[in-house]
Design a protein around this ligand. Structure first.
Ligand code: PMT
Length: 404
């Protein structure tokens, strides 16, 4: 999603400068055009050649570079940038920026650019906790700059605490978010994701193969596009998406309670979770022992969460998924109408690359007028984009049926 986006990366002099090399790799992998500017101190930690090799572009280090290098001078870099990222940002550069100093190429460029600026601090825990650094960062935030807080853990100086440069994936995600168009600003999207687990004794449960990837992709893309996002997730192995409210649950009953408790604030509900339709009628307090005879577990129906949410629909847009192995369209249409959705996303688990666990999906979107739109095999992030485009279209078209 960063294809052809023009990013200037400012690297300053901290041990985390080596991680900036990984960041360049990641941005290039996402097809961004990356130009690197290094301070003198940064060059003591990593050589410009490293960044030149990884970015495929010359690295700028000197404000007074010869005329032949004008194309990477501070003004042309300031104009080239759609975003300037400073990673790692030391206490020194943060202080200089807050004071408006311009005594080298990077600080000069920072004053000369109109592009948004993302600051990724990394320093010793005590330096980061120092009031002056806190005040300087607050000042920069008040001027509209974005700050991605450092993580906690063991630092290069052996101290423990907050000060580690944010992970490369987090920085890349923040960059994606800053650069994405904010066409969903004002929406609060409640997404459900993953499987539910329905226990029948302390060591066993009924579940399904959902990995959460489809629902998490929706949460990530919705947040990038400016929506406030809450994700209610069954157990998955995925890290919680950043910048969203994350509500972990296990059972369908817990998911129902979590969704209904947050329904009021939601303007859009997207139910990508694979909710178990049944749960064991009883959950034994102790482990069920093996016997020679067959074991029968009796099941009872779980509440249908999306139907319940649709009954309190108001102006909300309600989107469901349909996961089928046969009669895909027919079954999806029935769910769309019976469960009171605005539109439904059908996926066929028997198609290779579709449904559970894959990074890709093949979907059809069916609306209440009966129109069916078919999409090819796509990455789940792109599928999320298509679904959110449709949400936007429904919102813009005013085709919201009040209180079904
Ligand atoms: O998580 P992944 O590995 O990425 O896989 C993605 C997915 C296949 C799980 C996803 O794309 C998907 O299809 N999710 C819905 C699966 C499902 O439960 O479909 P369904 O046809 O059984 O249910 C229809 C709709 O009713 C769904 O929106 C479901 O969330 C909702 N539902 C179902 C049962 C229930 N008790 N309450 C509900 O709200």
């Amino acid at each position: 999603m960063l294809k052809e986006r023009r990013i200037v990366l400012g690297v300053t002099g901290g041990i985390a400068a080596y991680k900036a090399a990984e960041l360049v790799r990641e941005l290039v992998r996402r097809e961004a055009k990356v130009r690197v500017v290094m301070t003198d101190h940064a060059c003591r930690f990593v050589t410009p050649l490293t960044f030149e090799t990884l970015s495929g572009n010359p690295v700028a280090t000197d404000l007074f570079q010869s005329a032949g290098s004008f194309e990477i001078g501070h003004i042309s870099l300031a104009e080239f940038a759609e975003l300037v990222v400073i990673a790692p940002a030391t206490a020194n550069i943060i202080g200089k920026m807050a004071a408006g100093l311009a005594d080298d190429l990077l600080t000069t460029l920072l004053l000369a650019t109109n592009a948004p600026i993302l600051i990724c601090p990394a320093m010793n825990v005590k330096m980061y906790a120092n009031d002056i650094v806190t005040e300087n960062l607050a000042r920069l935030v008040s001027r509209g700059h974005a700050v991605l807080e450092p993580g906690y853990g063991e630092l290069a100086c052996r101290a423990e605490g907050q000060g580690r440069l944010a992970e490369v994936a987090e920085i890349a995600e923040e960059i994606e978010t800053i650069l994405a168009p904010k066409d969903l600003r004002g929406e609060h999207i409640l997404v459900t994701a993953g499987p539910t687990q329905e226990p029948f004794d302390p060591v066993r449960y009924i579940t399904n193969y959902s990995s959460g990837k489809m629902g998490y992709a929706l949460a990530v893309v919705a947040r990038r596009r400016g929506a406030a996002v809450t994700i209610v997730s069954g157990p998955t192995e995925l890290p919680a998406p950043q910048g969203v409210v994350f509500v972990p649950v296990k059972t369908a009953l817990e998911m129902r309670d979590a969704v209904m408790a947050r329904l009021e604030e939601a303007t859009v509900v997207i139910k990508a979770a694979a909710v178990a339709d049944y749960r064991p009628a009883a959950c034994e307090r102790t482990k069920i022992k093996k016997k020679d005879a067959a074991l029968t577990v009796s099941l009872k129906r779980n509440p249908d969460i999306i139907s319940e949410a649709a009954r309190r629909k108001g102006n909300r847009i309600v989107v469901g998924f349909s996961m089928e192995s046969d009669n895909v369209l027919e079954n999806a249409r029935a769910k769309l109408m019976n469960k009171g959705m605005d539109f439904i996303v059908a996926n066929d688990v028997t198609e290779p690359g579709a449904g559970f666990r894959a990074d890709t999906n093949i979907i059809r979107i069916i609306d209440r007028e009966g129109a069916v739109e078919t999409f090819p095999l796509m990455d789940k992030m792109d599928v999320a984009g298509v679904i959110l485009d449709r949400v936007k279209k429904v919102r813009d078209g005013g085709r919201i049926r009040d209180g079904l």
